[in-house]
Ligand binder design. Sequence first.
Ligand code: ADP
Ligand code: MG
Length: 712
Amino acid sequence: MQDVRDMPITALRGVGPAKQAAYARLGIYTVGDLLYHFPRAYENRGNVKRLCECDGQSKASVILTVATQPRRAMIRKGMTLVKFRAFDDSSDCEIVYINQDYVQSMFPVGSQFRFYGKAEFDGKRYHMTSPVAEPVTEGKPLPPLHPVYPLTEGLSSKQIGQHMETALSLAARGLEDPIPESVRTREGLCTLMFALRAMHTPTDLAGVEIAKRRLMFEELFLFGVGLRSAKHTKELISAPVCAQNDLSAFFSLLPYELTEAQKRTVQQIREDMAKPYAMTRMVVGDVGCGKTVCAAAAAVIAVQSGRQAAIMVPTEILARQHYADLAPYFEKLGMRCALLIGAMTPAQKKKVHAALAEHDAGKRVQVVIGTQALLSEGVEFAAPGLVITDEQHRFGVAQRARLSDKNAHAHLLCMSATPIPRSLALVMYGDLAVSRIDTMPPGRQRVDTFAVNQSYRERLDAFIRKNVDEGGQVYVVCPAVEEQESDEDLLLEEIGIGREKKPPLQAAVQYAEQLAQRLQGYRVAFVHGKLKPKEKDEVMNRFAAGEIDILVSTTVIEVGVNVPRATLMIVENAERFGLSQLHQLRGRVGRGQRKSYCVLVAGGMSESEIGEIAKRRLNTMKTTYDGFAIAEQDLAQRGPGDFFAKNAGGAIRQSGGVEFRLASQCGDGDLLTCAFAAADEAIAENLMQEHPALGDAVRRMFASADQHDIMN
Ligand code: ADP
Ligand code: MG
């Protein structure tokens, strides 16, 4: 029998070509896809109120008896209303449906319904517009939780719910659990069928949580099995052998000796590039650990072997900085270098294009440093050898696809300043080889870190002044320009999932204005994510040039711009940032000779207003300065979801191309470890053979990843 999961979605009653197309837009092609299409939230319809308790602000359920015959009225052309009255023991309510004539016959006088929506009081009676109505039948209680699905045009939540019912009943008759029972028992996981029912037809949130845990585990477990069973290692891609790798001349130009970690990294690169197939290596290390010099060494190797190297960075300012830093070394080695950025004139760009495509090896440009401009039409390499991306998680999916298209047969080296835990490296970078630079160059000063609350405001202002007066510059980071609560938050709140109450946000725009007011005479500027890249770059340039004293920003400054005069980093609402993110931000200062500081400002006014967890996290920042150690703590405290989310569309072939549905929200640090350990055991015990459903599920997961790759 065909596996239910592989049945086309059209096998379900009520799904014809139109619905099929709508489902395709959601990435749903099979019954299995539908079963794994999970609600994004749940409406709490079980919390039934009396009309007089409704505030008109939030949605609520009321149970009302229909009092009058529904009447249809034409308001104007193309707009009709169906209206009637209904009541409970506290008040009465006028209910209106717009352009839904068919409801007229649904509400006989005297019948009872549970209406879910906003009930507003106009001084005389309540009003509800197009509420969700479910008939109340004795002996058949209505489900308290209503799943809310990500929707698309042509599919209502109700229709998805109906199709889901059918899919669930099909599944009940023959859906094998991909997680072998032995694993399930050991890990205390519910069955697949229980999980699917609990997600799609929930009776309580506890069940949803149990289901989620199991489904997240399933994703991570299948992924682990897939990676480790080694059937999915990508084919090797041929690439030019770059075996000329005498770096002594290059190293003798450097004013320092490489650290052990750097040497190890360079050695790995050397070995990779000497092979006839493409290197795909990721160099990971804290900000300031010295990744650039490793990249430069790789470029030297490519050029020595007669090939060209391209170094791509996300912003023009970074491109300029790298060019200024590296070109002198390359030139001393007799290598020809060029810069290629969007800001150059068409004539300048054309010149670089020509020099890159030059057939005469004695004249062509050998190393080019640039932005996405490197991906534009007209950029052709006469002898491509190596592509390096710096801070590469900043590049979008499309850009990354272009990059690998354009350089199908080049060695690939990526740099990332996001130290990630060892256990995550495999998940996030798939089959990329990883070099970890886990020690800092000697003599680095430590950025002293303090955690304070709002009551320190005045002292903080004084500290800012002091830093600037002594010739330093200051970064102030706020979480977001204006953060709106998402629908999801609201829905979750209705259900009452115990979230920590969020302290008020410092809206960055306002904050910058107030700060400028308080610090008259100091030059304050502001960058945020909503500015155009050009505007952002301009402000960053002015800051780097010392024309701005205090730069207020949202997290856009995470990008590796080097401003040696910056001595103070202030992070507002610091409790809202992940540890790794805070660590990255802290890495922006302490890059010059001057003593530097990082102040983490928590949202509340007093100790008691910051939650225990937040306090512990801020304390970690005061005592830990190693990015990898911090990342491990982040993983333990916040789970892997944070890393997946931040790097989504991030690393090349992130997760080996697999997209997680639920694991990207996983807040449980142990789950990944457990799932991967279980995957190891499953392979050791040969469970794939014994339990074919496991092998099938793994293949399905990776097959869809491959399809996905093609579509991108
Ligand atoms: P990142 O890893 O953040 O890209 P960089 O490569 O920009 O860091 O290096 C930061 C600074 O450290 C640079 O000024 C660089 O010259 C310096 N540096 C790199 N390696 C060493 C080393 N082994 N010893 C001393 N300084 C070094
Ligand atoms: Mg860097």
